[in-house]
Design a protein. Structure first.
Length: 390
């Protein structure tokens, strides 16, 4: 399993997205190179604590590319140290980014991409049509939508990365635009769309019915126009919507605790969602720092997390439990006490609506394939589509 190590290089962003879980963004907290260097020295100098065979060094904000000079310097140092130490990660590392795409075409970012392209994983966040995107993804100072400034960089992006993808977020207000938005992203050349509902409790009565209707319309469009052959949308996945697998039923959905995040102050977190700027109602859960290392006692609760330790019997025994996601940080923030062992269930009705639409999708697709005599060929060639990403 690949280790995910995240550098919170800045808490600043040009945008103030209405659904963003980062409630404490600011212009003051910026990581220094010295802090990043000390974190890297600790991580690479303690291979016994990080036994993974591969690693993803991820950079987030805010908007990470606001700090491209710093990131470039950090990545150069990582590469140099991996080589110097003859580290097992030298031949198996990735630099990962999720960016709002506003500065993607700039000279500095393009130079960075050219230098590191063979080890890059970049996703540009574009939410769909101009109407849907601009509903939530607005500039922090003017409130103006950012679609026009992002979409102009998509042609360059899709030519540089054959596996171009985006992560679309769904909240209550933009449910009516799901179908047209996914189809629009396909038209832009983005073939893989990771899409998920926010985990926070924002849902209104009737949202699940409208959500299901949109997904059924999307299913019709994808199947009727043969888009399923070369396009993916994570809302449709054969593995979801079943009772829990007896063998795998107790796996934890979220990787919190197996990841490591570092902020500008040099603090370590089990994931970014436990940093203070991600939390509404709780204090940050710090598990160490660059000076003292990881405190295993503070990390211990995360190593004992599984489905049963945080779910009610209703969730565990639910007939459509497979694929129902959760975020460990939201569990913590929404819990009545200071605990990670309480599962937030705000998306329950949305998951059930998705399952109903998902069943419709696969039933319709397989009927079509059988009528065309292509089911066996499809099943031989298909690849699993990953569900939501946390």
């Amino acid at each position: 399993m690949r280790k995910i190590i995240t550098f919170i290089v800045t808490k600043d962003c040009q945008l103030a997205c209405k659904y963003c879980y980062l409630v404490g963004k600011n212009t003051n907290e910026r990581m220094s190179f010295e802090t990043a260097k000390q974190a890297i020295n600790y991580i690479l100098g303690n291979e016994n604590l990080f036994p993974n065979e591969s690693v993803a060094f991820e950079f987030i904000g805010g908007e990470p590319f606001l700090e491209i000079d710093l990131i470039d310097k950090i990545c150069d140092y990582i590469k140099k140290e991996l080589y110097r130490l003859n580290h097992r990660w030298f031949n198996d590392y990735v630099f990962g980014f999720t960016t709002n795409g506003l500065n993607y075409g700039s000279e500095k970012i393009q130079r960075f991409i050219e230098k590191n392209k063979s080890h890059l994983n970049i996703g540009i966040t574009i939410d769909g049509t101009k109407k849907k995107h601009d509903l939530n993804r607005v500039y922090k100072n003017s409130g103006k939508g950012s679609y026009d400034d992002v979409v102009k960089n998509i042609p360059l992006y899709v030519t540089q990365f054959q596996q171009a993808n985006t992560k679309v977020t769904i909240s209550s207000a933009d449910i009516p635009y799901i179908t047209e938005s996914v189809l629009h992203l396909y038209e832009l050349g983005i073939h893989t769309i990771h899409i998920n509902c926010v985990f926070e409790n924002v849902w209104k009565d009737g949202d699940d019915i409208l959500f299901e209707s949109q997904l059924v319309q999307l299913a019709d469009a994808i199947i009727d126009n043969d888009l399923y052959k070369n396009h993916e949308c994570s809302f449709f996945n054969e593995k979801i919507g079943k009772p829990l697998d007896p063998v795998l039923r107790n796996n934890n959905w979220c990787g919190s605790g197996k990841m490591l995040s570092i902020d500008a102050a040099g603090n370590f977190y089990p994931c970014t969602r436990f940093a203070q700027y991600s939390l509404r109602d709780k204090e940050a859960w710090i598990i160490g720092n660059i000076h003292d290392g990881i405190d295993k006692n503070k990390l211990r609760p995360f190593l004992t997390l599984d489905r049963c330790t945080q779910s009610t019997p209703e969730c565990i025994n639910c007939e459509v439990a497979e694929g129902c996601a959760w975020c460990q940080g939201e569990n913590f923030d929404a819990a009545k006490t200071h605990t990670v062992f309480e599962r937030a269930t705000a998306i329950c009705k949305m998951h059930k609506a998705r399952v109903r639409a998902n069943n419709y999708y696969w039933n319709k697709l397989y009927r079509k394939l059988e009528m065309e005599g292509k089911r066996e060929e499809f099943e031989a060639n298909k690849q699993d589509i990953k569900p939501e990403i946390c």
